[in-house]
Design a protein around this ligand. Structure first.
Ligand SMILES: *Cc1c(COP(=O)(O)O)cnc(C)c1O
Length: 401
C-alpha cells in the first residue's frame, strides 16, 4: 500500500498505471455518466462492490479514480476520496463523521469557509465547536483534555503562517479517542505528511497547490480506510463529486507538484529574508525564518520545506497596502493561492474582509498585512518587483508607526 518511491517520482507516476485506453500515455477524461453491463450478474457484483468497475459518475469515475490514487499515494494513506472543491471535502467530512451532542476542538485561524461551518452550521445540529487561540498549544491541550470527538487542525495557518505541533496535539486527542483531521492545503505532501504525525485524515483544497494552475476546483480526503468509506458514503448521496474534466486538470498539475513546491519553498525563503531587512516592512510571518515562533516545530514536522506562503506587515496600515499592492507587476491581486503565478491578497480585502478591524486584531491580523503566495517566476524578478512596489509606500509611513 505504501509506495517507497520518492515524491517527485510519485507525483508523475502514481495513479497513472491503470485506465489506459489503446495505448494512450495519458489518463483519459471519461465523460460518461453511466457504465453499462450486458451481464446482469456482473452489474450486480459491481453495484455491491464485489467486483471492480463503475456504475454511475456520482459514485465513481475512472479519471477521478486516478486523481484519488495519486493523492492517496503522495499522502501515504489507506484510502482517498475526491470532491468537487476543498469546501465540499471539508463539509462532507465534518457532517459525515459528527453527530448531535459531539464536540469538535479546532483553532480560530482555520480557512474562512471552515470556520463558518464551525461557527454557523454545526452548532445548528447540536455539535459543540470549540475554537482555540491558534498558536496557544497549552490552551488547545486543555480543551482537548475536557473531552472531544474530533480535532481539526491546519498548519501553517492563513494568513499569518502560524505553526501547530501536529504530532503533539494529535497524540493528546488520540488519548481521548478522537478522530484527528488536518487540512494540509498550505504544506502539501511534499513538505509535510500529517498521517505520519498521527492524523487519521488529511484534507486538501486541490484547487490550490495540488492543481497549481488556478484553473480547476477540487478537494481530497486521504487516510484511514473505514473513515474515508464513511465520508464517501455521504458524498455519494450529497453529490459533491469531482468533475472528470477537473480531475484531469488536477492530475496534470500534480505531475509538477514536487518541482513547483521545491521552487516555491526556496523562493519564499529568499523573499522572506529580503523583506525582513526592508525598512518599509514592519514584520514578516514565515516559519522558515530562524526567529519565527513556529520555526523549531516546522523544521521537525515539515522536512520538505517551509512552503510558498508568507505574509508581511507594512508600516502605514491599509493605506500602505493600497499604495503597494497595485504597484506590483508580477502578482495577481486575487482571492487565491498556490498557483504558478505569484498572488497577493490583503486579508483586509480577501480572506478576512467581513471582519471588523477589532476582530482582525483579535486574530493577530494587522491592517497592513499582505499575504503573498510565491509563484514559480525567477525569484530575482520577484524581488525587483517587490522593491519597486515598496518604493510606492511613502517614507513618512515608516516614521509615523
Ligand atoms: C482554499 C482553501 C480551502 C477551500 O477550498 P476550495 O477548493 O476553495 O473549496 C480550504 N482550506 C484551505 C487551507 C484553503 O486554502
Amino acid at each position: 500500500m505504501n509506495d517507497a518511491r520518492r515524491p517527485g517520482t510519485l507525483s508523475i507516476w502514481a495513479g497513472e498505471e491503470r485506465s489506459r485506453i489503446e495505448g494512450a500515455t495519458q489518463v483519459p477524461v471519461v465523460h460518461s455518466v453511466a457504465h453499462g453491463y450486458d451481464d446482469l450478474d456482473h452489474w450486480r457484483d459491481v453495484s455491491l462492490g464485489d467486483a471492480e468497475g463503475h456504475v454511475y459518475a456520482r459514485y465513481t469515475n475512472p479519471t477521478v479514480d486516478a486523481f484519488e490514487e495519486k493523492i492517496r499515494v503522495l499522502e501515504g494513506g489507506e484510502a482517498a476520496s475526491a470532491f468537487a472543491s476543498g469546501m465540499a471535502a471539508i463539509h462532507t467530512t465534518l457532517f459525515a463523521l459528527l453527530a448531535p451532542g459531539e464536540r469538535v476542538v479546532s483553532i480560530k485561524d482555520t480557512y474562512g469557509g471552515t470556520s463558518r461551518i464551525f461557527m454557523n452550521h454545526l452548532p445548528k445540529f447540536g455539535v459543540d465547536c470549540v475554537l482555540c487561540d491558534t498558536a496557544d498549544h497549552d490552551q488547545i491541550e486543555a480543551r482537548i483534555d475536557e473531552g472531544l470527538d474530533l480535532l481539526y487542525l491546519e498548519s501553517p495557518t492563513n494568513p499569518t503562517c502560524k505553526v501547530l505541533d501536529i504530532e503533539r496535539l494529535a497524540a493528546r486527542a488520540a488519548a481521548k479517542g478522537a478522530t484527528v483531521v488536518v487540512d494540509n492545503t498550505f504544506a502539501t505532501p511534499i513538505n509535510q505528511r500529517p498521517l505520519t504525525l498521527g492524523a487519521d485524515l488529511v484534507i486538501h483544497s486541490a484547487t490550490k497547490y495540488l492543481g497549481g494552475h488556478a484553473d480547476a476546483l477540487g478537494g481530497a480526503l486521504v487516510g484511514d480506510a473505514e473513515l474515508v468509506r464513511t465520508v464517501t458514503d455521504f458524498r455519494e448521496i450529497n453529490g459533491a463529486a469531482l468533475y472528470p474534466e477537473a480531475a484531469y486538470m488536477l492530475l496534470r498539475g500534480m505531475k509538477t507538484l514536487q518541482i513547483r513546491i521545491e521552487r516555491q519553498n526556496a523562493s519564499a525563503l529568499k523573499i522572506a529574508r529580503w523583506l525582513r531587512d526592508h525598512p518599509k516592512v514592519a514584520r514578516v510571518f514565515y516559519p522558515g525564518l530562524e526567529d519565527d515562533p513556529g520555526h523549531e516545530i516546522a523544521v521537525r514536522q515539515s522536512p520538505g520545506g517551509f512552503g510558498g506562503m508568507l505574509s508581511f506587515e507594512l508600516h502605514g496600515d491599509f493605506e500602505a497596502v493600497k499604495r503597494f499592492a497595485p504597484a506590483l507587476k508580477l502578482a495577481h491581486r486575487a482571492a487565491n493561492l498556490g498557483a504558478v503565478e505569484t498572488i497577493v491578497a490583503p486579508p483586509r480585502t480577501g480572506s478576512h474582509v467581513e471582519l471588523t478591524a477589532e476582530e482582525r486584531a483579535a486574530l493577530g491580523i494587522p491592517e497592513g498585512l499582505v499575504r503573498y503566495s510565491t509563484g514559480i517566476e525567477d525569484v530575482e524578478d520577484l524581488i525587483l518587483d517587490l522593491d519597486a512596489a515598496l518604493a510606492q509606500v511613502p517614507d513618512r509611513f515608516v516614521a509615523t508607526t
